[in-house]
Design a protein around this ligand. Structure first.
Ligand code: IMP
Length: 201
């Protein structure tokens, strides 16, 4: 199995989780020495993950892991979806002023759009793509649950304070990091990816 993978991301929340998920796998994760400005112009999580992995692969010429993820709310036509990180700034649903962090602005906008909505079902999705010299691999993971009516908890990042996984009474931000890893979209995608990587000679 390959021993080193370059991470095609600089999102600190993601990096923290990815480092945990690769612990003990025998694969060392490397962080890029500079950030590339990759335009996420794909129409799906897969395309965006692939664009990131490919851009870093071409710049650094080593095996690379690209990851794209987000929160899908069927009652909102699938938004925030692939626009999760910059949802607050989209015209769709009205621009939310950036007061405080992006995460907080995204959460305010989502709660505003879901005010009074009974159907609060949602899922997180991660698509992880690995670019190698002569091959590519990809894996997807999902975590189903619902959108809460107000934020709860301090852990995690992004939409975690307003997402409650199915079968739980805590928000994702109230779970311990190891608990989140067990049930999260990212945990599922990376565990599958590691299985695939093990099959490589
Ligand atoms: P990306 O960098 O384009 O993949 O954007 C991912 C965005 O989706 C993040 O900025 C978060 O807003 C959201 N997101 C992805 N994964 C998670 C998670 O595990 N918890 C909460 N929010 C997440």
């Amino acid at each position: 199995m390959l021993s080193r993978l370059l991470l095609a991301t600089t999102n600190r929340g993601k990096i923290r989780e990815l480092v945990r998920l690769f612990e003990g796998s025998g694969v060392e994760l490397l962080l890029p020495e500079r950030e590339l400005d990759v335009e996420e112009k794909g129409g799906s999580f897969f395309e965006n993950a692939y664009l990131k992995a490919k851009a870093y692969y071409e710049a650094f010429r080593m095996p690379t892991l690209g990851e794209d993820s987000g929160l899908v709310v069927p009652a909102l036509e699938g938004y925030p979806g692939i626009y999760s990180s910059r949802f607050y700034s989209l015209e769709w649903g009205g621009v939310e002023p950036l007061e405080g962090s992006r995460d907080r602005a995204n959460i305010r906008k989502l709660l505003r759009l879901m005010e009074g909505l009974q159907d609060r079902k949602a899922y997180f999705l991660t698509c992880a793509v690995v670019c190698l010299d002569n091959a590519g691999l990809w894996a997807e993971g999902r975590c189903y649950g619902e959108v809460l009516r107000e934020p709860r908890g301090e852990g995690g990042f992004g939409y975690d304070p307003i997402f409650q996984p199915e079968g739980y009474t805590k928000s994702m931000a109230e779970l311990r990091p190891e608990e989140k890893d067990l049930l999260s979209h990212r945990g599922k995608a990376i565990r599958r990816l590691l299985e695939l990587l093990k099959m490589l000679k």
